[in-house]
Design a binder for this molecule. Sequence first.
Ligand code: ZN
Length: 490
Amino acid sequence: MQESLMIYNSLTRKKEEFKPIHAPHVGMYVCGPTVYGEAHLGHARPSVTFDILFRFLHFLGYKVRYVRNITDVGHLENDADEGEDKIAKKARLDELEPMEVVQEYTLNYHHCMQEMNVLPPSIEPRASGHIIEQQEYVRKILDSGYAYESNGSVYFNVEKYNKDFRYGILSGRNVEDMLSNTRSLDGQQEKRAPLDFALWKKASPEHIMQWNSDWSRGFPGWHLECSAMGEKYLGKEFDIHGGGMDLLFPHHECEIAQSTAANGKQAVRYWIHNNMITINGQKMGKSLGNFITLKQLFSGTHELLTQAYNPMTIRFFILQAHYRSTLDFSNEALQAAEKGMGRLLEGYEKITELPVSQTSSVSVADIEKKCLKAMLDDMNTPIVISHLFTALKTVHAVELGKETITDEDKKALLKIFEIYLFDILGIEQPNEKNENSSELLQKTITLLLDLRLQAKREKDYQKSDEIRDALTGMGVVIKDTKDGYEWKVN
Ligand code: ZN
């Protein structure tokens, strides 16, 4: 590696050279979805952002263990310690088992991610499958003295922790300011202080998801799962922890406090956060009527959408902004992304047809270097895309005879598209899969109708009728002609 990857670390608030603890191995943990509803635009950005990092680390030669969890228990409404569990609430409203809710929306999330060509993580652990590990983690924090039991629940003692370490190191907040902005406790609560957060919650009898523990029948606090599962799969210290900026506080701040309290040191070297998506300048929210699921985007079935968008268009649109900038979603912006991506893909198709010369008047190597430099600079995908457009200009100039290119440079140009547009940015030719499968379908129907024709010629009318009836039942309209048949799909 000639140059190294510079990455912005939310913990130190500056770009740092990425140096893995156990190179070439890299441990990366990203907070995945809480699966109580369909995957939406807000899920698309972190998934794509960390997919790019995953792909780029691979490209740089690292062996990455990528852990992205599924939150299926313990995430209470309003991200606080009070209120109903998000999954239990959905289960109650839909009259389902909580695990039915989890299954439905995990499958939906996986489907949407696959559509957007987001690679699956190496391990996808679920919170409900790691109750024992989470209980062990609570015990460690109790043993180190930074937690207390109260009426069957266990809370993290923020004040005590803050005396020895610093609570707020990631978010830049300090405890005094936070306290002055928090209502004091009314004396009815189990917590000793308002900033304390739950590690284990005693369940009320009607709470659907509960497990036995040393303290009560209950369930783990939301922040705990990521500390416990991160340690289980990546060790007490690992390289990267990522997620959306909305998770920075309190979720990630609490994770740091938990691991420091349990092990005496922070678990994570590089904290990486993607910025949020706004819709026509507004935050996305159910109450604002601008909550758009990925399924609606793919099918164009939301009143704010003027058309359906290919999943690749959404991916390309997300990559047109740097991951740390906000990204405003609108039909116009998506249509522009669709057009731009289409031009790049068309340009790529033309490269093999370009005439070659003895000499090149263009510098292809220079474009490739610039693409790499942009990726090494904190994954600057919009700059990579701008260099791909420079490559596209080169293609057009050679096509028009304004510039010349050698065979070698032509291959290098192809490689730029293949490495940066396809492998690293993860754009695939839209509908390539669909085209392949519809071609396969055409061939299969033709094959069956040929077999039917053969059966007829051999006077095996029973078989020929069987084939006709089966195909008709599937909606294939068959018309016998003088020389054979015609068919169409109804
Ligand atoms: Zn998390």
